[in-house]
Write a protein that binds this ligand. Structure first.
Ligand code: NAD
Length: 489
């Protein structure tokens, strides 16, 4: 689309997500030379604040995030690209007014980012379509939540699909924009040493944890309708699982990758009323201490009783030739003791140890937070002389990823990229490999809906856990029943 002028239309440009993530991402892409010289950026929102005020707010948002790395020249060039247009999705002239601002659509290559409530996707896509702004090559980026179950996700996807074909619908899961997550594909399919062992013969189990120290704070209204399984597990946790468990794709193309991911989701063994009690744990934080503060508890914050879980742990199994019999322990929650996102690939013990019990099984730790790092624990001879033969000690072989972030110059500390930077750049380039295809969303909901139904059938309410702990006792039992433990609890 080189002949067309690129336009990035950020709908919801004055919102929280836009200010914290999207504008700083765009500004850094610009500073690093990734945006074409003639790219225009249109901020669209209900607020009639005018371009000048809006751009000042954007400038502040960028400097508060990346002040140390921005230069006044780059920021000033970035600000000049932006125009703010006040448009209310409830008004019929939304599309015509935007079109008047944009100019002749046949000369443009437009990327819409809908950073608004999903309830606005339908009216906004209708406005876009009515104004004729939906035609190829134009595309749309949408954010979660894509529904709260399979049925509502279909309604949302249908309303977007009316205006934009599937290959021009970019569903963001920002976990897919993280360096380490992308590196998973490189690690698995760019090396010979892992793939032959990457199966139930050599791997004992997999652990995936996404732990947050914060509570729900001002998102309570939204969160109470969703809970941890819908807010985090249906999307982020399952996306990580897909990349870990998928078969080697035939190529690095978007459909080849996503074909393999969706097969993982479809192979997840159903959790039903018969097995839900032994394979899942639901928790809700009560009073305690988390994130450096006393916490009153979820229900106290809400001011009324609630059956929403703020913690979920699941023992899953992928029923296919590679993975049958390998448990996958996933957990996520709020008000937990540490902010960690990590994946543990726990290898099986040696078939026979000539060193006795000192020989521990190998472990591959893939950490996304607080630092991005990949390390492999190997057994090594404890150095030096002993009078009783050879002793072993575990040694961590670390692929420190800090260099991946080190694009700083002039002695500044390395800048941590926002995952949205890569994803926005991919969307501008029309590359949807790291975006979630509709059938993935639907396969994930199908599995999650089954769990929620089983909870309902068994009347399985969330158990209280003190804020600042790793969930209710039932969560630990999932792995302890298999004689294991979460590796760093
Ligand atoms: P927000 O309420 O802060 O901002 C909403 C934006 O939508 C504002 O710019 C507002 O002007 C615009 N808007 C609202 N009603 C409108 C209307 N009738 N017509 C035109 N514009 C209208 O919301 P947010 O927190 O930025 O979230 C945006 C979306 O991203 C939501 O779907 C949210 O669930 C999702 N999301 C947010 C976060 C986050 O960290 N904030 C994280 C993940 C997903």
């Amino acid at each position: 689309n080189g002949a067309r002028q690129q336009v990035f239309v950020l709908v919801g440009g004055t919102g929280d997500l836009a200010m914290r993530m999207l504008w700083p991402s765009l500004a850094m892409l610009d500073q690093e030379g990734f945006l074409s010289d003639n790219l225009r950026i249109i901020s669209v929102a209900r607020e009639d604040c005018g371009t000048e005020v809006c751009v000042d707010r954007i400038g502040n948002a960028v400097t508060s995030r990346f002040g140390e790395w921005t230069t006044p020249e780059a920021l000033s060039r970035f600000r000049k690209r932006i125009v703010h247009v006040a448009l209310d999705a409830a008004h019929d002239d939304w599309g015509s007014k935007l079109k008047a601002e944009l100019g002749d659509p046949d000369t443009l290559d437009i990327v819409f980012f809908l950073s608004v409530s999903p309830s606005l996707f339908k009216p906004i896509c209708e406005h876009i379509e009515k104004a004729g702004l939906n035609k190829a090559p134009n595309r749309v980026i949408i954010e979660k939540p894509i529904g709260r179950d399979l049925a509502t996700s279909k309604v949302i996807n249908d309303s977007v699909a009316h205006a934009f074909a599937e290959d021009r619908t970019f569903r963001i899961d920002h976990y897919l924009g993280k360096e380490t997550v992308q590196n998973l594909i490189a690690l698995r399919f760019g090396n010979m040493v892992f793939e032959p062992l990457w199966n139930s013969q050599s791997i004992d189990h997999i652990q995936i944890t996404i732990a947050e120290t914060v509570g729900v704070a001002d998102r309570l209204g939204y969160y109470d309708e969703y809970g941890a399984i819908r807010d985090m597990l249906q999307n982020h946790l399952l996306q990580l699982l897909c990349l870990l468990a998928m078969e080697p794709p035939s190529a690095l193309t978007s459909d080849a990758l996503r074909d393999e991911k969706v097969k993982v989701l479809r192979s997840l063994k159903a959790i039903t009323a018969e097995n839900v009690l032994t394979n899942t744990a639901r928790g809700q934080y009560g009073p305690g201490f988390a994130d450096g503060h006393p916490v009153a508890g979820y229900e106290a914050e809400k001011g009324s009783p609630s059956n929403t879980e703020t913690f979920v742990a699941i023992k899953a199994e992928i029923a296919n030739w590679r993975w049958a019999g390998t448990p996958i322990y996933m957990r996520t929650g709020k008000c937990l003791p540490s902010r960690t996102t990590e994946i543990v690939i726990q290898f099986k013990p040696l078939p026979h140890s000539i060193f006795g019990p000192e020989a521990q099984a190998n472990r591959l730790l893939i950490r996304l937070q607080p630092e991005e790092d990949i390390s492999l624990t190997l057994m090594n001879k404890a150095p030096g002389l002993t009078s009783e033969g050879v002793h072993l000690q575990p040694l961590d072989l670390s692929l420190s990823l800090i260099k991946a972030f080190d694009d700083s110059k002039d002695g500044k500390p390395p800048r941590r990229r926002i995952a949205y930077e890569r994803l926005i750049l991919d969307a501008l380039n029309g590359n949807n490999a790291q975006f979630v295809r509709r059938d993935e969303v639907e396969a994930a909901w199908t599995w999650v809906d089954g769990i929620i139904k089983a909870w309902h059938d068994k009347d399985m309410k969330p158990q209280k856990y003190p804020a600042g702990t790793f969930g209710p006792v039932s969560a630990f039992s999932l792995i302890e029943r298999d004689n294991g433990r979460m590796w760093n609890d």
